[in-house]
Design a binder for this molecule. Sequence first.
Ligand code: SF4
Ligand code: SF4
Length: 423
Amino acid sequence: MQTIPLNQPGQLRDRVKGQLGVNAPPSFHVMTKPRGAICNLDCDYCYFLSKEMLYKGSRFRMALNLLEDYTRQYIEAQRVSQVTFTWQGGEPTLMGLDFFKKALELQQKYRRPGMVVQNSIQTNGTLLDEEWATFFKENAFLVGLSLDGPRKMHDAYRHDKGGHGTFNKVMKAVKLLKTRGVEFNILTTLNAANVEHPIEVYRFLRDEVGTEFIQFIPIVERQNKTGFQEGTEVTERSITGEQYGRFLIAVFDEWVRRDVGKVFVQLFDTALNSWLGLPSGLCVFDETCGTGLAMEHNGDIYSCDHFVEPKHKLGNLRKLPMLQMVGSEQQRQFGLAKRDTLPRYCRECPVRFACNGGCPKDRVLTTPGGEPGLNYLCAGYKAFFTHVDRPMKLMAREIRLRRSPANVMAILEQEDAVLRNTF
Ligand code: SF4
Ligand code: SF4
């Protein structure tokens, strides 16, 4: 019989209401870190390296019996016919290929008939070789590769433990993935070294890397010794809201005039969803969150990848059923707090429908009226969402009329021509 400790907030209520996750959402997502915070690189802005301190003395390797337990529970918990396993770190490829072969074997063992199982992996790319690329291709992995722009910008913060830049190795990985036909997207952090060069970064990713999928992740890094989301100071590597807004607007203006339908920038896609009245598809811009959890190498489950800290631990998979943790009152409150702690300034904001106050991890400012909880990137969000209003409306209209949103390019071109002729 499994013993269920009652030492965490919300558990008593959960126990009374039933342990089988009656409150759990029909589907949720777990980002798994089979090697914990261990990485072969030492990127300056990495928010996860400091998590090593939480597990002093650990081997930082997910055991195979835990992998099996996790796979079974994760699949069983999904009340939809699709499940995505996401591998992250640290650097997940440090687990070696055999671990992932085993993971696939277990997925096949536990998947329900007709269930689609997908895998995605976020990697720094430096350890990839022919064998990895072939494995990814054969098993339809979606690979997320971290690349911060041209060499000088990428190497500014992304270096190995000896301080050497990693640009060459990542570009080698790009070539490998392209040659093997692996589906990959580029994750570019926006930091002090690249944020003032939006067009150079975008054109590099589009033309030289040749990627069709880009995610821009703003670096907002708290200045403290714990590595937790505490304090209101940010590091000098972080970007400001104004810089974020300028970057996004410059890239958007280039994209909306020539690349719609050819290049997919995650933030532009999510914004379009908001203009269509749909959920954005990205937790940062949804009204509430809480369905994207993180699991450490030893089975500890946390509310979110950005809150891997004791306060936000939901329990351990070896001791508590996953569904119970996902459906716990603690997790429900975590997700609702995103909406319920929104300051009035946000609640009355004209672009709230697209922004929703951004991620709680970045809410370190006070509003002009003195209320806490305003997002550090607010100025950028406001500028960007205001700027894209008209093209977004045009694209949304085309979609509603069952036409291609790419028509926006011709419409804007025509308008630009009229303006050119007028002046
Ligand atoms: S805390 Fe932020 S990153 Fe985590 S789920 Fe909520 S919005 Fe997403
Ligand atoms: S743009 Fe600023 S004020 Fe408006 S919802 Fe977003 S964070 Fe709040």
